[in-house]
Design a protein around this ligand. Structure first.
Ligand SMILES: [Zn+2]
Length: 234
């Protein structure tokens, strides 16, 4: 039920059986020396795909860019502005609703504050102007529960034990564990800044070295299960 792989008439036909779609959002963003820039996109996409398979619902093409603030100026981090993400998402919501989707789930693998507020604002604007479709916002962080916290040994922030474990499970050839490090940078909390780079060496916030494939597999299955439970309540 991957929208981009279907023909228009297949979409029209399948819309008779479900009107729910997940729209995965990621980022093109530094994830340490060890993990690829599309880490958030890959994680969001694979979770969305598995949930959609289980529930027989649609998945929209994954959005490869997001609003990245802390990792700006690390080469390869390509951040959208808040307004761009908001207006792009608003356009998408209108188009998806017009296509016939009545439940639109925005699912973000990138959990930066600005990213989530931009998506929420787009959903708010849409909902204020139309009652045709319901819009939901779920982030990967919403799916993390006590079981996952028990499975991991370090606090979870970014390019950390959790994300690195997931990437080891989802795409092991792109993770260089010999370059995975622990870093807990002291980024000034109250200072308004355009990047966190001066306070960071690797762009890791957490302990990527503790990641394993086995943890990744278990974490992935829990995240999928938790997402399914959330979608069932919609
Ligand atoms: Zn990430």
């Amino acid at each position: 039920m991957l929208l981009e792989e279907m023909s228009w008439d297949e979409v029209e036909e399948r819309l008779k059986t479900t009107k729910t779609i997940i729209v995965p959002y990621g980022s093109c963003e530094a994830h340490g020396f060890h993990a690829p820039l599309f880490t958030d996109t890959k994680i969001a996409f694979e979770i969305a795909l598995k949930v959609a398979e289980e529930l027989d619902i649609f998945v929209a093409p994954a959005m490869p860019y997001g609003v990245c603030r802390t990792t700006r100026n690390f080469s390869g981090t390509l951040s959208l502005s808040f307004d761009s993400l908001k207006s792009l998402t608003f356009d998408l919501l209108q188009e998806l609703a017009e296509t016939g989707f009545e439940q639109i789930i925005l699912f973000s693998g990138h959990c930066g504050k600005s990213q989530l507020i931009a998506l929420r604002e787009a959903g708010f604007l849409y909902t204020k102007n139309s009652d045709k479709s319901k819009v939901f916002l779920v982030s990967a962080a919403d799916l993390v529960d006590e079981r996952i916290k028990k499975l991991t040994e370090s606090p979870l922030y970014h390019a950390d034990e959790l994300e690195t474990s997931l990437m080891l499970f989802l795409t092991p050839s792109l993770v260089k564990m010999d370059k995975a490090i622990k870093e807990v940078p002291k980024i000034p909390k109250y200072l308004i800044k355009t990047t966190g780079r001066p306070w960071m060496k690797s762009s890791v916030l957490g302990d990527a070295a503790k990641a394993t494939y086995e943890k990744g597999e278990k974490i992935f299955n829990i995240l999928v299960k938790n997402f399914i439970e959330i979608v069932k309540t919609f």
